[in-house]
Write a protein that binds this ligand. Sequence first.
Ligand SMILES: Cc1cc2nc3c(=O)[nH]c(=O)nc-3n(C[C@H](O)[C@H](O)[C@H](O)COP(=O)(O)OP(=O)(O)OC[C@H]3O[C@@H](n4cnc5c(N)ncnc54)[C@H](O)[C@@H]3O)c2cc1C
Length: 431
Amino acid sequence: MVEKQEVIIVGGGVAGLSAAYTLAKAGVQVMLLERGLNSGTKNVMGGVLYSHMMNEIIPEFWKEAPVERRIVEQRMWLMGKESATQAGYKDLSWNKPPYNNFTVLRSKFDQWFAKKCTDAGVLIVNETLVTDCIIKENKVVGVRTNRPDGDLYADVVVLADGVNSLLSKKLGFHKELKANQVAIAVMELIKLPAEKIEDRFNLDKETGATIEVYGEATKNMMGTSFIYTNKEHISIGCGTLLSALSKSKIKPYELLESFKQNPLVRPLISGGESSEYYAHLIPEGGYNSIPRLAGDGVLVIGDAAQLVNGIHREGSNMAMTSGRLAAETILQARRLGEYDERALSVYKSMLNGSYVLNDMRKYKNTVHVMENNPAYFNFYLPAVSQAIKELLNVDGKTKREKQWIILKQFFKGRSKLKAIWEFIKLGKAML
Ligand SMILES: Cc1cc2nc3c(=O)[nH]c(=O)nc-3n(C[C@H](O)[C@H](O)[C@H](O)COP(=O)(O)OP(=O)(O)OC[C@H]3O[C@@H](n4cnc5c(N)ncnc54)[C@H](O)[C@@H]3O)c2cc1C
């Protein structure tokens, strides 16, 4: 191994690969260390990858990247035991370049992205676990790996080591993550012929649909379930805040099994063959959980920086943008020949000026407001379903009677003032 690099990146997910590619294209010497067999083996995602952010890194990537389907329809279900209130948006302009988003299988996509990095000049070393950052005079100067010749040095180390980021924790950038700062997600890939998927979801060849499902899908706990279409697979999964799940005593696989068995979901996957099963954490602590992002000789990006907007199911885009902005910061620092915290803090200013920290700030209280009051999920969501059912049931009651029944349901067992206050609080946290 070469002993001193300009930049070492730890972690070959989309954040690390985005940083590596941007740097290598600008002529910087980069080494990327990945603990897995190769990029993609340790990476889990429901599968929606955002075109705009990837296009900023590799223009027109869709012409050669292994994408699954172009998403033209996004649906939302508020699910009960045998009902679903549905909303959706279909847009065929999303089937034309530059597209809106794609489903991808990370095992294929990340491998392709890693190959693009190698072609651009990045030295990727797989099956290498970084165990520590090497610190000299309070500055990160390299990394220690589990290899016999394991110490490697660089001007800057970029930590893209995912949600737990043990390395930034060791640097004191964040504390042990709490159960209310992460969601536990389980997902399965179910193999089905392309024509079946197209029939069941009303799709043309190569176009796709997503369904985000709330309510009974997560047993009315705070979280979301999802069904996404790939070429010849359905991705189906559930994610709930770890704190809520542990209180409920429900096991993650039981939640997914119950979702798959729901009579509204079963026909979409019936006859399919389970081909992969994954479990992974998602950072959901929001803005208040973002760790220190820059230090002397070090930057933190992607899930390691807790950059996920759980309200909008956005994580891969923030990982790619933070990777690109970290690379642009390093390029500026390189011109100055300075890699101290002051020079690298430009990264935080760039994130601040972008959608990443603006969106994270916008929703900074949302998760906490919802988490502190389970009624939003276990009382109001079922009440909305019940209200729609009441409204649509033609049963001889007058519409005025129905209005009263619906209002009574919403205030059942709670003071009107409390209910109104709960809505104001949620509205304030969302808007
Ligand atoms: C079930 C699920 C569904 C999701 N769905 C979506 C979605 O539809 N759309 C979306 O945008 N986002 C989604 N996300 C979030 C998205 O997957 C993440 O935000 C994104 O993958 C973050 O990329 P990353 O590169 O920061 O981290 P990761 O992809 O986790 O990569 C981190 C890498 O670092 C490596 N690593 C860790 N420690 C070390 C070490 N010490 N030494 C060497 N290597 C190390 C790991 O092996 C891994 O390859 C989902 C997440 C989950 C779990």
